[in-house]
Design a protein around this ligand. Sequence first.
Ligand code: 13P
Ligand code: SF4
Length: 357
Amino acid sequence: MVSGTVWAAYMTGISAPAVDFDYPETRVIEAGLGGYTRAERSRLMKQAQELLAHEDAILVAHYYTHPDLQELADSSGGLVADSLEMARFGSTQSARTLVVAGVRFMGETAKILNPEKRILMPSLEAECSLDLGCPIEPFSAFCDEHLDRTVVVYANTSAAVKARADWVVTSSCAVRIISHLMDQEEKILWAPDRHLGHYLQRVTGADMALWQGHCVVHDEFKSRKLGELVSEHPEAAVLVHPESPEDVIDMADVVGSTTALIQACQKLPHPTFIVATDRQIFHKMQQAAPGRNFIEAPTGGEGATCKSCAHCPWMAMNDLTRLIETLETGSNEIHVDEDVRRRALRSTRRMIEFTAH
Ligand code: 13P
Ligand code: SF4
């Protein structure tokens, strides 16, 4: 485990507690056979398919999970998607159990919206540095200091933080929702991702007080090395997730959610894409735009101490073996305190309803 520190310092200059957390070294299981032999993989895929059917369960997987899980979701009537579409999907399904392959906040969001369903995850240890870096007590204190502001939180937060918020957003709807709130002349308190918050501020011009969390994966992308890579590949378009640093965002041809970046590969004519987000997204990008070249944006270079180099260590905890074990034993079920859930439902449902139009 690697020790990381998120300095939660407020934009207002008020000093705030440092939030320490441990995160796992990136476990790199490349696309392909996921560490299994061909025969093992096909046996595990079949076993997982049978268990999903037997348990009346449906699999919803994020684009950052291993291609094994993406293929299983696609081939068994489940979904591979971004965090907004993952949240929407559950309530459209009659299955009694949702298996969420992603990180904990995605499982909690599914429970908030579908309390009657059993929500299982391949690993309950699959966290997110944004969630870990924004514990409810200091966040609540921050809110108390800014009672005149509308509280908007990223979906990458705990149920307790969502319960304290007025709105939940994901990167695919954040600009629209912040612009809508600006039209109502509301001042905003934003948490937890500082880069996404700053990006939203720049795009919309909203008055925002920002929590200073960061994503351990996206924070590592480096603009200088990216510039060198772009010079070597003048034919490439640069695609960037807005959790990346401002100087990296400034070099992008397209900035957007994971779905927006995949759609960009389909729409743009470029033969090559340099991509600043988790590398497992290449699986869907290759399906969306076959025959093109995909290159990871650089995380190394002078002074760099890359620990989660273009790959989320928690997303990597999702694999076929863990998924099968969860389905066999019913372990790793997500529970959310009912009072917290009801309050979190208010802010989460606002996002779902707003984006339905
Ligand atoms: P998306 O909402 O774009 O899928 O992003 C989720 C996430 O965790 C990115 O790091
Ligand atoms: Fe969280 Fe970053 Fe992993 Fe996304 S990539 S789940 S923001 S740690």
